[in-house]
Write a protein that binds this ligand. Sequence first.
Ligand code: FA5
Length: 345
Amino acid sequence: MKEKEASTREKLKRWSHEASKELKEAKDHSQLDDTYKSYLGKKGLLSEISKGLKNLPIEERRDTGQMVGEYRNQIESLYQDLSARLTQKDLEKRLQKENYDLLRPFSLPIGRLHPLTIMQREVEDIFSTMGFEMMDGPELETDEYNFERLNFSKDHPARDMQDTIWTEDGRLLRTHTSAVQVRAMEIKKPPFRILAHGRCFRYEETDSSHETTFHQIEGMMVDRVVSVAHLIYVMKILLSRIFDKEVKVRLRPGYFPFVEPGFELDMFCLLCAGKGCSTCRHSCWIELLPCGLVHPQVLRLGGISPNEWSGFAFGLGLDRLVMMRYGVEDIRRFLSGNLRFLNQF
Ligand code: FA5
């Protein structure tokens, strides 16, 4: 047995010597890996030696086993070392061949924000200084959130005001961000102020001020005594900050089942300044911002007592606001993907 043990140890020493030598002689990764496998792989020489350990007497098995482990670690770390060196050499060779100058200055075209995003963030900043909290809602909505709980019963004629795109499972692409009002009432206790922005979708014929996909910013404030005066004040702050000057606005009565009273806030068209253009449909006013006081029934459906609480809400057409600010004459440019247009902002 002693002889057998001695010959196993001899074998191990020889093995380790040969393995180191061959690994060091490897010229590339493939030679290195092949050598590694032939010694340390599953069917390699070391595995064979390890299998033979069980034939040694128990008291010698431990020492020889330990020796196997040590050699394995030595060869393993030599392999890792050589492999890293080869990688470095390969890289140096490639860099020489490709003539890389890592210090050569280069310029990448700088990306920029979409004008809608610029405006959205600006509006959000203005409202957050007035204590409004940002909220989000899904673009694929249910009839309940988009219509029913906003006081549009199933056969309400006002549903026809918004040409809806339905999905086969009975849901819809939200026609307005007002659906987020319902979600806000569901999760917030009054008093609260929220702002939500996002895409809306309508099955509409497009023209210079109408798109099938457009953007709205919804605002809602619920507190003890909220009046039209609060609403007008907030709207004026918004427009004067956005346009940095006094902007002419007018309020017309407007009908939406979820506000009472409801208004249309129009803005004097800055594109034609009173001359008449296709964007304002030659009326010199741009319909920008419908708003009103939250209908008591909507509060009730949202679990809020209208005897205790009141509120205002508005739905700002973001695309049209951007058109007025930058003098964009056609809303369809925003989603056109035309870089010459987008690079101007
Ligand atoms: C609404 O969508 C209501 N949810 C707004 C509201 C909110 C009223 C809260 C009261 C209280 P309206 O359908 O008018 O209302 O759309 C609101 C704004 O979205 C419009 O003034 C307009 O600026 C913009 N808008 C509507 N349809 C389009 C369209 N097809 N393309 C571009 N902008 C549009």
